[in-house]
Design a protein around this ligand. Structure first.
Ligand code: FAD
Length: 557
């Protein structure tokens, strides 16, 4: 924890140095002693400390200073740090002013200059005040803080990125400034331009990022965004279960391995509130937990994990070059594509405009707390929608699942159907679809069509979570690898048609089981044409692929 601050202010440099020395000598191990030569300079320090979320325990201020008196300074400073203890330093002639200030500025004590010896005239007073301050002082939050608006898509993306990457953060909703003193005091210190351009991320070192992109945030929050080497044996794009498994097996078997992930390791599985069918976890585990464990395991074997988006692949002889969105480039011999799938978009009026402002794709677990005591709508009938409904039922007053079909049996595991039925605040509406979303700057209502009666019902809604299937994002690989009409990548025997190997294939062997039409580029997990969309199958493919990578590398020059 950052040490709380003792701030002393005096325009006389000799006195200032003396008091600073005495404060450091006695309190330096537990407190940070800061000094300023004027009230104005000190107020700047006070404001900066507040923005950094540092605490001030005590002000020790000279009364008679040009420009701003000690009392005037304290009147301003205690608006920002109302709990800090206040001591005025006065000359004998100013005693009356000091006594008057006890009421005026809530001074706790005044001390006469000189205070020698401090053991008698300074420390006993300060000891008592600091003991009182410590007893009442709530521990400060020390991590990243995000100031924004609940209904802003950009705020949601930042919170989601931090949460999925296990970065602890404090969310400060500007809408609560009237009722929340902490938010209010922070907002008052920012200039108008800053409060107009939210969200703002405030890092523990005081750096303020205004409306940062996820790439910028990753860079400033200490993520690795560039490769340390120019060349790797194996580069993996995508850090879902398939990519993570490949990374663990690759590195554990001695390959120089790099894994590039644009959002957060864990992929779709990382968004699951409870995975109950993964072997070895009889009472289930959260996707976040699985991702965290896998990342630790990968790092232990020396995998380099880079937070960036891969945007281009180039093939040059035995080398495969990867370009990243941040401009960096790296090369490898074997490239493994494990980019999974993304949620399919719901095509209905109002949905795109309100996405991130009450409408979310996936379970968006960062929003769960804000749905407390509200009605939540979930669209979808597969396991992901069922898990999300179970998760939100712990916070929301009621969860309504909107299912297009007339039953869940074909699309959802039986154990989940049983759990949904046994949860009293979950309500399932079959034969329904959302045909419009309404709201000015955030979701206020949805129109639901019942396909049996053809009736459209408009109901109030603040939170809608959409989980209606998924599509691969492989356009960036379009000129390189062969894909099906939906964008899933072909591999192995799928590439041999009428006994012919794929176009441009020059090797004297067929493409390996998980190899694409480009030798040395492999594909695993949900993004692969014909794959089984499960955590275990992704993990299986990622692990197995490494033996094909070894076979390939043994022949590559
Ligand atoms: C909410 C939910 C619950 C689920 N529950 C279960 C369950 O209980 N049991 C089960 O077996 N399965 C479950 N699944 C399915 C399972 O999670 C997926 O089958 C599995 O995650 C697929 O793994 P993957 O590694 O192939 O792809 P993904 O998990 O999709 O991971 C792909 C990763 O690649 C990254 N990426 C994509 N493009 C790029 C790029 N250009 N550059 C860098 N990175 C990129 C993405 O950000 C993502 O992190 C669930 C899925 C969801 C969404």
């Amino acid at each position: 924890m950052a040490k709380p601050v003792l701030l002393t202010v005096d325009d006389d440099r000799e006195v200032l140095r003396a008091i600073e020395r005495d404060l450091r000598r006695k309190y330096g191990s537990e407190y940070r002693v800061l000094r300023a030569g004027s009230g104005h300079e000190a107020l700047e320090i006070v404001r900066e400390l507040k923005i950094r979320n540092n605490a001030i325990a005590l002000f020790l201020i000279d009364q008679r200073m040009p420009g701003m008196s000690g009392v005037d300074f304290l009147a301003e400073a205690i608006k920002i740090f109302p709990d800090a203890k206040r001591v005025l330093l006065t000359a004998y002639a100013d005693t009356d002013a000091a006594i008057a200030a006890i009421n005026e500025a809530g001074i706790n004590h005044y001390l006469l200059k000189p205070w020698d010896p401090p053991e008698e005239n300074l420390y006993p007073v300060l000891d008592e005040l600091l003991e009182d301050w410590e007893a009442a002082f709530p521990p400060q939050f020390e991590g990243v803080r995000v100031l924004g608006n609940r209904w802003s898509p950009a705020s949601h993306n930042i919170k989601d990125f931090l949460a999925r990457n296990h970065v602890p953060y404090q969310w400060l909703d500007i809408e609560t400034a009237a009722s929340d003193a902490e938010v209010r005091s922070l907002v008052e210190l920012l200039d108008e331009e800053e409060t107009r351009n939210l969200p703002m991320v405030i890092l523990p070192n005081g750096v303020r990022l205004r409306q940062p992109s996820l790439g910028e945030l990753a860079e400033h929050a200490g993520f690795k965004t560039r490769a340390t080497e120019a060349f790797y044996d194996l580069a993996i794009v995508g850090g879902g279960p398939a990519g993570l498994a490949a990374a663990v097996y690759g590195a554990s078997e001695g390959l120089r391995t790099v894994m590039i992930e644009r959002e957060a390791p864990g992929g779709q599985a990382g968004m699951s509130s409870r995975i109950e069918n993964y072997l070895g976890f009889p009472s289930g585990l959260t996707g976040a937990d699985l991702a965290r464990r896998a990342v630790v395991q990968a790092r232990r074997f020396g995998v380099e994990i880079i937070s960036a988006e891969a945007t281009e692949v180039r093939v040059d002889g035995p080398y495969r070059f990867l370009k990243l969105a941040n401009g960096a480039e790296l090369s490898c011999h074997a490239l493994l594509v494990a980019t999974g799938v993304q949620w399919r978009k719901l095509d209905a009026p109002g949905v795109e405009r309100l996405t991130g402002a009450g409408i979310y794709y996936g379970a968006a677990m960062t929003e769960a707390m804000s749905t407390k005591d509200e009605d939540v709508y979930v669209i979808g009938g597969a396991n992901s929608a069922g898990q999300a409904a179970m998760h939100f039922s712990r916070y929301a007053r009621r969860v309504v699942m909107l299912v297009r079909g007339s039953s869940l049996a074909a699309s959802m595991s039986q154990y989940l159907i049983n759990q949904l039925k046994a949860t009293p605040n979950i309500h399932i509406e079959y034969n329904t679809s959302v045909v419009e979303a309404h709201g000015e700057d955030h979701l206020e209502a949805i129109s639901i069509l019942c396909s049996e009666t053809n009736e459209v019902n408009k109901v109030p809604a603040n939170s809608l979570f959409i989980m209606i299937g998924a599509a691969p994002n492989t356009d960036w690989l379009a000129d390189i690898v062969e894909r099906d009409e939906r964008g899933f990548i072909y591999s192995g025997p799928q590439l041999t048609r009428d006994g012919k190997r794929p176009n441009g294939w020059k090797l004297d062997r067929d493409p390996g089981l998980l190899e694409t039409n480009v030798p040395g580029i492999f594909v695993v997990g949900d993004v692969r044409h014909g794959s089984v969309k499960r955590v275990a199958s992704g993990v299986g493919e990622g692990s197995v692929a490494i033996s094909f990578v070894h076979q390939y590398l043994s022949k590559v020059v």
